[in-house]
Every structure is written in structure tokens, then in C-alpha cells.
Design a binder for this molecule. Structure first.
Ligand code: KMH
Ligand code: ZN
Length: 306
């Protein structure tokens, strides 16, 4: 029987801005509709951020998250993975507020503080739809994406209370060391779910070498059998990293949060289009996308939100 691979679809994120692609979903309805279509195309999990519906600025407004969650639940039983990474200007409290409010079955947890810079993107356009776009992008030159051990403990405590499984975002090798430490302390319970995030300026580059190194490091630091692993590369390395990761026995993440193009120089018209491409790639290797029920079994999540 074909191995089942969890495809996560990261629908809108907080990196890309409206000028970069007209297909980037902004309003709760657009975000939910694209999440539902991505699930129909084969995504077992949808990763959610919110944006201000008028301006597209990444938002921590829990009422926007509520509308997104309700709409998604009405259209699919896919796992909803809510961000706790939020956007570059948000506090830890704002970023974690969805956990007690929605008690999601899965939520991201960023495993260490890093420089997280988007400033080179501020030079990519000479005209912008909104004034805030180049300002926010340029300001990230001095951004520290804060995820101290204190922050991790706080969010993990909230997750424990909510029955939320953390999806551990691993941008650097030290983040696996942090995961091993928290596992040793009993704050993370195996099997953990890793998401290798490659290609963010401030983290490890999106190379096959780095991906293989992270996988081998996870075996050494966490122990084979103590983790499931997904992965992706930002931008044009999305599919090469996803493909290599699934061939190493893992899962994958695609979506407009991380990559706006379906092929070189060709914009992806939806998240579903990126998921469809990933499903085609899996098929070429005799692999199949996991259903939400199969993904819940693989990850051991509690079941739908609430
Ligand atoms: N935007 C990605 C680089 C999160 O939302 O917690 C990583 C991410 C973080 O998805
Ligand atoms: Zn995210």
C-alpha cells in the first residue's frame, strides 16, 4: 500500500504582501475559500494567518480568526493549524491568543529566536498597492523573531491546557537542540511534529544538504520514532525541498504563504494549484496524499477544533 503523505497548505501567511500577487487571499472569506479548495485538492492540514480585510496587513484580530475558522469548518474537515508565529510586529501575547480561544488541534510553535528579515523584498517593486508594504518589509532589517525559552514554555503551557499539538517550526539546527531540551524536560511529548522551514533570511538556506543535515540531526537528537517531519523551502525551492523531504519518509508543506509561483516566472493562481502540483509529484513516486483522518492518526491530534 502506498505511504500516506501529509500535505499542509499554508494559505496566506505574513511575509508576502498584496502587491506581490493578486492571488494572495486577504479577507476571511478569501482565506477560508482557498483553504477549503486546497483541502479538496489534497491538503490534509491548512495553516492559517489572518489579514486586515481592507489593507492586507497581517492581523492578530481574533474575530478575523474566528470567521476564518468557522468558514473553513463549514467546508472541510481538514486539520486547522493556527499560527502562533503571527506577523513581524506582533507580541507573543497577540501571537498566542488563538490557542485559548479556539483550542485548535494543531498550531505552529517557532522553536527559537532568529533574525527574520524580508528587507530585500522592499526593493522588488517600484509601485505598491499600499503604503505599509515597503515600510513593513524594510523595517524587518532590524527584526528579531522572538521565541525565547520563556516564550516557548508559556505557549506550550497554553497548548497543553487546550489539547493543542505543537507543530515545531525548525529554521535552524539549534532549534532541534531546543526541541531535544524541551523533550528532556517533559515539556514536549514525543512523537513531536517537526516542520523544517528553509530559506528564510536569518535561518538556514533552502538546500538539499541542509535538509538532509536536519533530518540526520533529528535522528541523533530526538531519536528515530520520536518524531514526524514535514518540510518546505521558501520561494522557488518549495517543491525541491518538499520532494526530497517526502522521499526521505516525511511530509510536506506548500502554499502562497511561502511561495507565489507554480513554475519559474509563472504565478500560482491559488493555493489549490500548488497542492495539485504536489499531489502530481507524489503520484510520480507512488505516494498518496493523506486524508485529514489519516493525518490525525499519523500526528495523534485530538480531532477538530473545540
Ligand atoms: N512563515 C513561515 C516562514 C508560523 O506561522 O508560525 C513560517 C511560519 C511560522 O509559518
Ligand atoms: Zn505561518
Amino acid at each position: 500500500m502506498a505511504r500516506k503523505v501529509i500535505i499542509s497548505a499554508a494559505i496566506t501567511g505574513a511575509i508576502h504582501t498584496p502587491t506581490m500577487s493578486e492571488y494572495l487571499p486577504i479577507t476571511p472569506k478569501e482565506i477560508a475559500d482557498q483553504a477549503i479548495d486546497a483541502a479538496k485538492a489534497g491538503a490534509a492540514s491548512v495553516h492559517i494567518h489572518a489579514r486586515d480585510p481592507q489593507t492586507g496587513i497581517p492581523s492578530a484580530d481574533q474575530n478575523l480568526f474566528a470567521e476564518i475558522v468557522e468558514r473553513i469548518q463549514a467546508g472541510t474537515d481538514a486539520i486547522i493549524c493556527i499560527t502562533t508565529g503571527g506577523g513581524t510586529t506582533m507580541t507573543i501575547q497577540e501571537r498566542a491568543a488563538s490557542i485559548p480561544r479556539f483550542k485548535p488541534e494543531l498550531a505552529s510553535l517557532n522553536m527559537g529566536s532568529i533574525n527574520f528579515s524580508l528587507h530585500p523584498l522592499a526593493d522588488k517593486h517600484s509601485e505598491w498597492k499600499h503604503e505599509w508594504e515597503p515600510v513593513m518589509l524594510a523595517a524587518t532589517k532590524d527584526n528579531i523573531f522572538r521565541n525565547t525559552f520563556g516564550d516557548l514554555e508559556t505557549i506550550l503551557g497554553m497548548m497543553e491546557e487546550a489539547g493543542t499539538k505543537p507543530e515545531l517550526e525548525i529554521y535552524d539546527a539549534g532549534h532541534l537542540q531546543n526541541a531535544a531540551f524541551l523533550m528532556m524536560q517533559g515539556l514536549l511529548k514525543p512523537p513531536v511534529y517537526l516542520q523544517f522551514v528553509l530559506g528564510i533570511l536569518g535561518g538556514m538556506a533552502a538546500t538539499i544538504d541542509n535538509l538532509v543535515f536536519l533530518k540526520n540531526s533529528a535522528d541523533r537528537l530526538l531519536g528515530p520514532g520520536n518524531y514526524q517531519f514535514s518540510g518546505f523551502g521558501a520561494g522557488r525551492m518549495e517543491f525541491p525541498i518538499c520532494t526530497t523531504n517526502v522521499l526521505m519518509g516525511g511530509h510536506c508543506r506548500v502554499g502562497l504563504e511561502d511561495n507565489l509561483n507554480i513554475a519559474q516566472g509563472e504565478k500560482a493562481t491559488s493555493n489549490a494549484a500548488l497542492v495539485e502540483k504536489m499531489v502530481r509529484i507524489l503520484g510520480e513516486f507512488g505516494l498518496e496524499p493523506a486524508t485529514p483522518a489519516e493525518a490525525r492518526k499519523i500526528l495523534g491530534t485530538k480531532g477538530s477544533i473545540g
